[in-house]
Design a protein around this ligand. Structure first.
Ligand SMILES: C[S@@+](CC[C@H](N)C(=O)[O-])C[C@H]1O[C@@H](n2cnc3c(N)ncnc32)[C@H](O)[C@@H]1O
Ligand code: SF4
Ligand code: SF4
Length: 373
């Protein structure tokens, strides 16, 4: 099954100005991806791939309006009718514009929704907490499934208190450490040691939290340890499996700013999507990443799980062809801690009923993947 994941930076325009936003360098320009260009993208992708997963991103994708997205799903339906290639949609949003109409739309077209919200730190890093909170309450009332993406912005961020905040609301959460390319100038850099300590302490609590919610890295790492093939994009080679597109049609490896050095060409000039994967930008990215992975493979016990980590993080931290800094140290120490904890569970035959119910769901998912093999 050849699947492609595409981050669509549908606009750089945004109705917020979050302190740390890496998008601030793009100046929040309000150009919107023309629908004809979107249709061409889907046409070329459906010629080469068996399944397409789109992530609507930006800027703030919802500033394009509901009418825009209604046309998007019309185009998707048309392409599906012609090709039978399934298209799945995820939207990453600040949530401030969500109302009942959007909820009905997300439900009808089965959009996966990710809301960016920094929990008890939201007022400090982001803005308009009340609007996002109201939107999340509405989605819960309207039964629109969603999870939150929260940025661990500095050493003062209290991961435990924030986890409790989300768990009490029954909201699944992903904790992302601030990337080095953050636009925020007055945040003290997050130290790897602090992030690892907070994350590992939280994991020890989370594992036995009988009313627990999903924490994305924890469940992702446990899935990997149980033999799942599905990996987080940061821990598996993303090259050739992901693409990013900007409103102007330029293609990249993903939506992060450092990828702009490695353009794969413009969709308007292409007759086949393979042109992106034979472009100079792709080749350069591949050569640098292979170099890095060789060094990782020769020296790291976790290579089979991490595969050299996120290429964007590598570029920002030590350079594309060198083993990463912050992100490598965090992965190794958090993954090692989780692996040891899982080994203890297995050796002591700890019943699943004593654990966070999320673990049961992960185990079932991994077993069903094995049955499908
Ligand atoms: C750039 S926003 C675009 C989509 C939408 N506007 C939103 O806020 O969800 C995507 C995600 O990147 C996160 N983000 C922005 N700058 C970041 C940084 N410097 N480090 C880590 N995450 C960052 C945001 O918090 C958000 O969750
Ligand atoms: S993180 Fe999202 S909501 Fe915040 S300024 Fe950046 S694009 Fe806008
Ligand atoms: S943990 Fe670090 S050294 Fe190991 S594969 Fe990942 S990036 Fe490379």
């Amino acid at each position: 099954m050849k699947r492609i994941n595409v981050i669509i930076k549908v606009t750089d325009g945004c109705n917020l100005r979050c302190k740390y936003c890496y998008n601030s360098e793009s100046c929040y320009t309000s150009e919107i991806l023309p629908l004809e260009r979107f249709e061409k993208l889907l046409t070329l992708l459906s010629d080469s791939f068996d399944s397409i997963a789109l992530v609507w991103h930006g800027g703030e994708p919802m500033t394009c309006g509901l009418e825009y997205f209604k046309k998007v799903v019309e185009i998707e339906d048309r392409i599906y009718a012609q090709t039978s290639v399934p298209i799945q949609n995820t939207i990453q949003t600040n949530g401030t514009l969500i109302d009942k109409k959007w909820c009905a739309f997300f439900k009808k077209y089965r959009f996966n929704v990710g809301v960016s919200f920094d929990g008890i730190n939201n007022d400090r890093y982001r803005q308009r907490s009340e609007d996002t909170l109201k939107a999340m309450e509405l989605m819960q009332k309207e039964k629109v499934p969603f999870g939150c993406l929260t940025v661990v912005g500095d050493n003062d961020y209290d991961m435990f208190a924030n986890y409790r905040y989300f768990a009490e609301k029954g909201i699944h959460v992903a904790f992302t450490p601030l990337f080095a390319e953050g636009g925020g100038v007055d945040l003290e850099p997050l130290s790897a040691e602090v992030f690892i300590k907070k994350s590992n302490e939280l994991f020890d609590y989370w594992l036995y939290d009988k009313n627990g919610v999903n924490v994305r890295t924890f469940s992702g790492y446990i899935s990997m340890l149980l033999g799942s093939h599905s990996k987080l994009c940061t821990n598996g080679s993303c090259l050739g499996k992901w693409l990013g597109i900007e409103a102007n049609g330029n293609l990249y490896n993903c939506g992060r700013d450092s990828m702009k050095e490695f353009c794969f060409g413009n969709i308007d000039a292409m007759d086949d999507i393979s042109e992106a994967f034979t472009s100079d930008g792709f080749r350069e990215l591949l050569i640098g990443s292979i170099e890095r992975r060789k060094k990782c493979k020769a020296s790291c016990e976790f290579f089979d799980f991490c595969e050299g980590g996120c290429t964007d993080c590598a570029i920002l931290e030590n350079g594309i062809d060198a083993i990463s800094g912050f992100s490598c140290i965090c992965f190794r120490e958090i993954f090692r801690h989780i692996r040891e904890a899982v080994q203890v569970l297995i050796e002591n035959k700890v019943p699943l009923s004593e654990l966070n119910p999320v673990i049961n769901a992960i185990a079932v998912k991994c077993l069903s993947e094995k049955d499908d093999e």
